[in-house]
Design a protein around this ligand. Structure first.
Ligand code: ACO
Length: 401
């Protein structure tokens, strides 16, 4: 008889690729990314065109369903998102259980997972119409819950989706409207947020998206998979970088505002400090999103007339790093998070909500990747390892340890 363990030793060559720097985990029709050339396209459309000409919901439809919507399709999509934007009132009991100081990403991840309890059908999507319903429910409810994490921490009453307003306008209303009067929506702010959300909508197999696919590959359901994506995005090496950028800039300001001193600190290999918002795993020349967003940041700051010393420090860091040998030789350029943090601050968004805004933008990408993974009937994700621990040992009773 064949000894299956011996056979495994002989045939079981494992490719070691920590951080999956060079491993493909799936085939995908959604996003094309060329890190060397700085190219990003959703479903074949250049990110520059989409950011300039389309709305966030239009791009969401494109990313999720594969084609730009007709006017009627977009109206239907928006109407369905509106219809499902209500969340069960009992979700408020869960929100009440969190301390006011809780980080909004932790709260958002928990609330998204909790949605499963109130919408059990979303777990087991069996046909196209159930898939569609799961998608519009997620788009509607996630936006509302994302803003509720802020309302909770600020002590304001929770707002509901306004059927007369668009998705991005609703985000602003849900965040900032008070019972004392209507919130005036600034079209420049809506335009900047629309662009930011579009630039974040998908980015192929990054940490959070791969997490969504991995969790979804066990057929765990859309809400559970998105909740895991939110947790993955939270970390400072991923989506949490936009919050980390602002915290770094504030620290530099608190300590005298000397940007160059921090530039030197980031170069010191004995110092764990890294310049937040610089460098990217894939883009080694420039981040095409950073180019678009830098322009938007300049416009927003000029239009809103913001004169903020923290933002001056950002400008100084950017200028110095772009001509510094260390950063230039390692191809470390400002990434999308560097500029998004700056815009969010200028718009008056609280720092610990920055990563939540990233999550709102990334939601259509997570949904599209989950949908594709399910439709392609991908197998459960299950990487291997190389065991480096002890060989077989004899068990020792307490007296011998
Ligand atoms: N500041 C200083 N040095 C840096 C930085 C930085 N921000 N980023 C990379 N380096 C250096 C490394 O020390 C290393 O130097 P060495 O070759 O002398 O050892 C070299 O550049 C290569 O860096 P790696 O860590 O190998 O690059 P990797 O591709 O693994 O990491 C990452 C990419 C995580 C984005 C990194 O650049 C970083 O930590 N940046 C700061 C955090 C950040 O902005 N994250 C947001 C990423 S974008 C996003 O999630 C949307």
């Amino acid at each position: 008889a064949i000894d299956i363990n011996k056979l495994r030793d002989l045939t079981g060559a494992i490719t070691m690729d920590p951080g999956y720097k060079n491993s493909g985990s799936c085939k995908s029709d959604i996003t094309f990314l060329d890190g060397e050339e700085g190219i990003l396209r959703y479903r074949g459309y250049a990110i520059e065109d989409l950011a300039d000409k389309a709305s966030f919901l239009e791009v969401s439809y494109l990313v999720i369903f594969g084609e730009l919507p007709t006017r009627a399709q977009l109206e239907q999509f928006e109407a369905d998102i509106r219809k499902y934007s209500l969340v069960n009132e009992e979700m408020k009991n869960i929100i009440d259980g969190f301390p006011k100081t809780a980080h909004p990403m932790g709260v958002l991840s928990s609330l998204t997972s909790a949605l499963t309890a109130f919408n059990p059908k979303v777990v087991n999507v069996e046909n196209e119409s159930e898939m569609y319903e799961a998608i519009v429910k997620t788009m509607g409810k996630f936006l509302v819950l994302a803003t509720w994490t802020f309302r909770k921490s600020s002590g304001y009453p929770l707002n509901y989706y306004d059927n007369t307003k668009g998705y991005v306008e609703n985000f602003l209303r849900l965040m900032f409207e008070l019972p004392t009067g209507p919130y005036t929506i600034n079209p420049i702010v809506v335009d900047a947020l629309d662009k930011l959300f579009i630039l974040h909508a998908d980015h192929e197999q990054n940490c959070s998206t791969s997490t969504v696919r991995m969790v979804g590959s066990s057929h765990a359901g859309l809400f559970a998979s998105i909740s895991a994506g939110v947790s993955a995005l939270w970390g400072p090496l991923h989506g949490g970088a936009n919050q980390a950028v602002l915290e770094m800039l504030e620290e530099i300001q608190k300590n005298g505002g000397d940007a160059d001193k921090y530039l030197e600190k980031a170069k010191d290999k004995n110092d764990p400090f890294r310049l937040m918002g610089f460098g990217h795993r894939v883009y080694k020349n420039f981040d095409p999103r950073a180019k678009i967003i830098k322009k938007a940041a300049d416009e927003v700051l000029a239009t809103l007339g913001v004169n903020d010393p923290v933002l001056q420090i950002a400008k100084k860091l950017e200028e110095s790093a772009l001509v510094d040998e260390y950063f230039v030789s390692r191809k470390l350029y400002p990434n999308v998070d560097f500029y998004s943090g700056i815009i969010y601050r200028a718009l008056g968004i609280p720092t610990d909500m920055f990563t939540v805004l990233f999550a709102i933008g990334r939601l259509p990408g997570w949904i599209a990747q989950w949908k594709e993974m399910r439709e392609n009937k991908e197998p459960i994700g299950r990487p291997r390892q190389i065991y480096t621990g002890h060989p077989l040992r004899d068990f020792k009773p307490f007296e011998q340890r």
